[in-house]
Design a binder for this molecule. Structure first.
Ligand code: FES
Length: 112
């Protein structure tokens, strides 16, 4: 028996430079609709694509003042943690991700 944590499996979502800074793209991976948000020249964050307000696709939104703005009713979700800046009890799920060699990668979240 070992105490070593299982190795993380990384799922490639696409090229970072295919997304303009401050914009988002829809990706389906691990059986889920996801929203990849490019937050800077070198970073991206991955959220569930469905807005917790009324289910709009967040990948149609944009980043403004550190928040991903939902395209339907403009609720702001902080890119740092997915919490709605206007309603702290509401948040969108954020996934573990990284950028490596110009590719956005998702840590396999396992079964839904
Ligand atoms: S559906 Fe996103 S703010 Fe209403």
């Amino acid at each position: 028996m070992t105490d070593a944590a299982p190795a993380t499996t990384w799922i490639t979502l696409g090229r970072l430079d295919a997304i303009p800074v401050g914009r988002a793209r829809y990706v389906e991976a691990a059986g889920r609709p996801l929203c990849v948000v490019r937050t800077s020249e070198t970073e991206a964050i991955v959220f569930d694509d469905a807005c917790p307000h009324a289910g709009s696709s967040l990948s149609g939104g944009h980043v403004e003042d550190g928040c991903l703005i939902c395209p339907l009713h403009q609720w702001p979700f902080r890119v740092a943690d997915g919490v709605c800046a206007d309603a702290a009890g509401i948040h969108v799920r954020q996934y573990v991700s990284r950028v490596r060699d110009g590719l956005v990668e998702l840590a396999d979240p396992g079964p839904r």
